[in-house]
Design a protein around this ligand. Structure first.
Ligand SMILES: [Zn+2]
Ligand SMILES: [Zn+2]
Length: 244
């Protein structure tokens, strides 16, 4: 698969000095996705067909609800409910009309499977997924083609464990053979070094709560407990993209 290179955001990312620039880029992608589905785009019939049919995962429905755009989201939900009623309405009626517990529970399980099927896939996760594919492709391609990028990457704080794994599984779109082996070696070495650094920072934070260290320097470790969490699990995940 030939993907589009995203050289500028990836170069900006590697220079930003954060614990994982793929987390930062995914944060941006998520914000862009939420903004788009709360914009005037939802007035157009094509976008409403999409939102009615696919909808969003619980996390992104929540961000839309808290996005402060009553009219746009009101319109989206109005026709989403119509579609819900068309698809799930008969399953709800089946439970109401079942008459005994055995039949009712059977109807409840049919309702739950249909609701799960209706709820799977998320338009915002899918947009994030498309970008993540391109960012991973770009990181791997630049690592191979641009020695300056490779040095900057190796000198950076690398990625969270979640995005190291994402990058590793997606890098075969750009690399193969010795290049792929070299890339995987480099990103996992980066992970190992930086997990040790974050662990050391977290340890120093714990020492700062001891009375004998009350006058010691924090050494920039005030937020090490949070970095320790996010270095492992990442901050921004693609959760439920639409499986085509
Ligand atoms: Zn990350
Ligand atoms: Zn989502």
């Amino acid at each position: 698969m030939k993907l589009q290179l995203e050289t500028i955001p990836v170069w900006d990312g590697v220079k930003e000095g954060s614990e994982c620039f793929l987390c930062s880029l995914m944060k941006q992608a998520e914000e862009d996705g939420v903004r788009y589905y709360l914009s005037s785009a939802v007035m157009t019939p094509e976008v409403r067909v999409e939102t009615n049919e696919k909808g969003f995962c619980p996390h992104h429905f929540h961000l839309l609800a808290e996005g402060g755009k009553a009219q746009s989201l009101g319109l989206v939900m109005d026709t989403y409910y119509d579609e819900d009623s068309r698809i799930l309405g008969p399953y709800i009626d089946k439970v109401i009309e079942s008459g005994n517990a055995r039949k009712a529970l059977k109807a409840v399980s049919a309702f739950i499977s249909k609701a799960e099927e209706r709820g799977s896939g998320c338009l915002i996760c899918s947009r994030m997924e498309d970008r993540l594919m391109r960012y991973c492709y770009t990181v791997a391609s630049l690592w191979r083609d641009d020695p300056e990028f490779r040095s900057a990457l190796l000198a950076s704080k690398g990625f969270c464990m979640h995005h190291t794994a994402e990058l590793a599984t997606r890098s075969k779109e750009a690399l193969s053979g010795d290049d792929l082996a070299g890339f995987l070696h480099d990103i996992f070495s980066l992970l190992k070094t930086n997990l040790a650094r974050v662990k050391q920072d977290d340890w120093w934070l714990t020492q700062m709560y001891k009375s004998e260290n009350k006058d010691s320097d924090w050494r920039g470790c005030e937020d090490a407990h949070k970095r320790a969490v996010y270095k492992l699990v990442g901050q921004y995940h693609v959760m439920d993209p639409i499986r085509k």
